[in-house]
Design a protein around this ligand. Structure first.
Ligand code: SF4
Length: 543
């Protein structure tokens, strides 16, 4: 391990990579080697991503069901999201992400505090669970009279072959409401990313475009891939409102069924989390003619850039002016907070192993307080999330990807209306606007930093040992293992008890929280049990 770092902490990434890999058998080493790359800003290296985790390796990943039910549909407040499966799956995907919502009144529909499940037992595994599913739908309807019910398949449902779609059709006809199923069994695909795709396909088929109500406002957008963790969407909603931009729908933070149904009435789709939702942006563009751009509201500079990008798309002088006023209003407080926090945080190291865009977006916040991100990667990213969308034509479609339905989308014969002419798009592109584009995480990472897809538990522990970061950002599965090593772990799936972190206000919250975390002396005092007692001795008793 001596050759991985010198005394002045200049790490040798090649030696670090070798160190991470050397515990594996040769076949595993060869496979993992392709998923660990050293960033090179001159020639973006190819990374192996979106492939199955090697059996026996502890992964950070969630399942397809978790991506579909927990991530995409979880933050909707007025759809009854019913898990068809054992109660553990339902509980796992319920409220562990701290999605928030604000119903207009105390008596408005809000089912997020409830965990709906058919609570499948051995009996249903043997004789089939469709009868129990029908009863659960009827019970949810009788109790709540929701506008819509979504049914989510779990592993046992796929294994015994219950037809959730047939039950959905039958109960929809009986009850007269929109009921739709998701074939998102946990084992479909290689990670939760498959579940996002399945969720988006069903929303597109069963909900989007069902409500043609027109909105007031000159500048109408949808925000895609923002899930209102810790109240992020509330901050963004407020910012957009101050700028005079009408938010038609958010997929799916603080969202409702009617907003989804009405989303085709917006004039621009702004995409936050590229991985979880680029499919919806593409499909809406093909069917209804709404262009999409990538934005990021995490980080003060990124927020200002996103607002300016949206204003430039509409090209209205009054809007551009208003956006500049809002930015100027906010930046002074941001600058003061940055200056203060930098004095204690600059030069400290962070690592981010989370999600499918968060490991990219949160680097903005660390940069703003002078912290260095030495290693990062996604749990469920694809190559384009790392290398940028330019590599899309070179990504091989494997059997796992073929498992997920690709919808054949055509322009709506009546409602397709290109929001910008070809000439307008060309003019905007020539002035620097990037449509349907995303440069990926590697583009923003430092030369020589490590980029690791689907990091294993062993690689994570070794990285921490070598780099000794001041903070490690991940999820609940890693949190306590990391903290036992004397390193604070900040959860970026749920924000622990913190947030919001979006927009200018959120950036200040984040700087201050990271400052408290990385400068707390308590971490140096922590000794894991195995550090105090490296060897446990035991003997059989005869009593
Ligand atoms: S992997 Fe299967 S059993 Fe586990 S939570 Fe996901 S759906 Fe449920």
């Amino acid at each position: 391990m001596d050759n991985v770092s010198s005394k002045n902490n200049n790490f040798n990434p090649t030696a670090v990579k070798d160190e991470l890999l050397k515990i594996y058998p040769v076949k595993v080493l060869r496979k993992r080697s392709k998923s660990i790359v050293i960033n090179d800003n001159e020639a973006t290296p190819e990374i192996q991503a979106n492939v199955r985790t090697i059996p026996g390796i502890i992964s950070q990943r969630g399942c397809s069901y978790a991506g579909c039910k927990g991530v995409v549909l979880g933050p909707t407040r007025d759809i009854v999201n019913l898990t068809h499966g054992p109660i553990g799956c339902g509980f796992y995907s319920w409220l562990t992400r701290r999605n928030q919502t604000r119903p207009p009144t105390d008596s408005s529909e809000n089912y997020m505090p409830y965990c709906f499940s058919t609570d499948m037992q051995e009996n249903e595994i043997v004789f089939g669970g469709e009868k129990k599913l029908r009863m659960a739908i009827q019970e949810a309807y009788d109790l709540f009279h929701p506008k819509a019910i979504g049914i989510f398949s779990t592993c046992p449902v796929g294994l015994i072959g219950d037809d959730v779609h047939a039950v959905a059709r039958e109960m929809s006809a009986t009850l007269g409401i929109n009921i739709f199923g998701f074939s998102c069994e946990g084992y479909k695909g290689v990670s939760q990313s498959a579940g996002h795709h399945i969720a988006n396909n069903q929303l597109f088929k069963h909900v989007i475009g069902k409500n043609d109500q027109k909105h007031e406002g000159k500048f109408k957008i949808n925000l895609l891939g923002e899930y209102n963790i810790g109240g992020d969407a509330f901050v963004i909603e407020e910012l957009l409102k101050r700028c005079g931009i009408t938010l038609v729908t958010t997929f799916s933070g603080n969202s409702t069924y009617d907003q989804f149904a009405n989303s085709h009435m917006a004039d621009l789709n702004a995409v936050m989390c590229h991985r979880s939702i680029n499919y919806v942006a593409d499909m809406i563009e093909k069917k209804f003619g709404i262009p999409w751009i990538k934005v990021n509201f995490i980080g003060a500079a990124a927020t200002a850039k996103a607002l300016r990008k949206i204003a430039a798309y509409f090209g209205d002088a009054e809007l551009i002016n208003r956006v500049e006023h809002v930015i100027a209003d906010e930046l002074e407080a941001v600058r003061l907070a940055q200056e203060d926090v930098r004095t204690r945080c600059a030069g400290k190291r962070a690592m981010l192993f989370v999600g499918g865009s968060r490991a990219h977006h949160y680097q903005e916040l660390f940069k703003e307080i002078g912290m260095e991100v030495v290693a990062a990667g996604y749990e469920f990213g694809h190559r384009d999330d790392y290398e940028g969308r330019a590599v899309l034509p070179t990504i091989k479609v494997d059997a796992d990807s073929r498992n997920i339905e690709e919808l054949d989308v055509e322009a709506d014969p009546l409602r397709y209306e290109p929001r910008r002419t070809v000439e307008q798009i060309e003019t905007l592109t020539n002035s620097g606007m990037e449509f349907k584009d995303y440069d990926g995480l590697m583009n923003d990472m430092a030369e020589g930093s490590l980029v690791i897809d689907d990091i294993s538990h062993s690689e994570m522990e070794q990285l921490i040992d070598i780099y000794k970061p001041s903070v490690f950002c991940a999820g609940i599965k890693e949190k306590y293992a990391v903290q036992k090593m004397g390193v604070p772990c900040k959860q970026l799936h749920s924000y622990d008890y913190g947030g919001p972190y979006a927009g200018f206000e959120g950036a200040i919250n984040y700087y201050r929280e990271i400052d408290r975390i990385v400068n707390s002396r308590v971490w140096a005092l922590i000794k894991a049990p195995w550090q105090k007692y490296p060897e446990l001795q035991a003997c059989y008793t005869t009593a």
